[in-house]
Design a protein around this ligand. Sequence first.
Ligand code: B12
Ligand code: SF4
Length: 438
Amino acid sequence: MKLTIVSPRFPFSGRVPLVPPILEYLAALTQREAPEVEISLIDANQQEISPSDLTSEVVGISVMTATAPWAYAFADECRKLGKRVILGGIHPSALPQEADLHADAVVIGEAESVWKNVLSDASNNTLQQFYHGERLSLEGLPMPFKSKLKGNYRFRAFFTMRGCPYRCTFCSVRRFFGDTIRYRPVQDVVAEVEACAGNVWFNGDDNIWGGDFDRSIRLFDELARGTKRNWYGFGDLKAVQGAHGDRMLSAARKSGLFSVWVGWESDEKNLGVFKAEGKQGPDRISAVKKMQDAGIDVVLFVVLGGRQDSIDSFKRALELSEKYNIGLHPVLLTPLPGTELYEAYKPFLFQGMGWESFTGVRAVFEHPDPVMTPHRREQEYHRLNKELFRFDRILKRISKIPRSGFPMTHFLSLMMQLPMKVALRKAYDEWLDEQDVL
Ligand code: B12
Ligand code: SF4
């Protein structure tokens, strides 16, 4: 049997320089569970592809909410050509009935416990409508299949755990992976990073600190003994404020951590609104400063434009960046299916807006404040990005990174901000063109 695994095209921002982790991981799982299957991998962000180009009879597609329309259209075309389509990932898991309209089988949840059966059913032409993946232990996961994907890639992502104990209402992760953390064995992660990472790698965990701090320190100590020494990822603020904070930060820094991306609610009151207090700890500013002092570039992913927010929140976000010399990545609040927020915002969602708008750069719901029209929210979002990524501001932020980070943190921060500036400029131009058409 021939299988093609597809990572769909994103609705905006073009080429992402990250190898789609699901392609190499699902390929490795396939090799382990059904070595006779012939595998090909497609990243539709890097390669123009049409279903008629595929020679395989089975196609697996990994779907996020924003990529669902592209994935469904591609799946429909494949099925018209007589191919069997299997959909999986976070969006089909949240809305399996919707995904079922475009698939021969939908995998709900994690693939590991069911993939062998799915492949064998696909090969026998006896696919079931739904497969429910269990949450297994993460010991002995296969090492990603190091493919020869063609594309303009600069990073690979690595994962050390799944699950999150916090309860942020806008997040899909907890319901999908569960509210307790399952860890991969330290030696598996280190071996994988050593074998597959480039000079800079992305830790794709939802929280690089995890909850078992002794284990995190052990992991960082082991990574520090390796050769792949520059990495970044998402982390909460609570962990670095606790008793283990200093030790863990120092171990992480020695292992090459140069940037931490932090989810940040624009206003103190929003911490409660989104049930996000848990991950922030008692003093979020001092936690940010602590990481900066350790030579780490902190970037805040600020959620803006919620129904309780005012237009001022955009201005305050810029002030925050200026005051603490901190990088900001603004996101317009987006109620994703499978979250508590989605249920709460359902009555306010604009009708007729497709999932391709659920990217974090579009206003997708009504706002009670008449000033916060969708156009105004999107305009403020783009204006804020334009201000944040002014060249003089980028340079000022970099010059303020403490000497403890010199030279790699300074250099890598610049290397991450410049492409971001270009991508955001492109997104802004596309948005302006669209406004002209309207
Ligand atoms: C890596 C990543 C990215 C990469 C994607 C690279 C790529 N091309 O794949 C980048 C950085 C580009 C990215 C971007 C975005 N992302 Co993102 N991202 C992730 C992250 C951190 C890891 C996903 C991953 O690769 N995991 C590793 C692989 C191996 O595992 P997995 O995907 O979980 O797959 C398992 C199962 O889901 C299942 N499975 C998955 N696919 C399939 C397919 C088949 C056929 C089968 C059988 C099974 C299966 O089996 C796997 C093993 O169990 C997740 C967070 C998370 N914890 O999941 C967020 C996440 C997927 N991203 C999210 C979001 C919202 C975004 C953005 C919209 C954010 C933004 N505002 O910019 C953009 C969208 C892109 C765009 N421009 O439109 C959300 C998605 C929520 C949703 N409902 O869609 C997540 C869950 C984060 C969150 N906190 O909510 N992201
Ligand atoms: S801490 Fe992160 S992963 Fe956990 S629920 Fe909140 S946003 Fe989701």
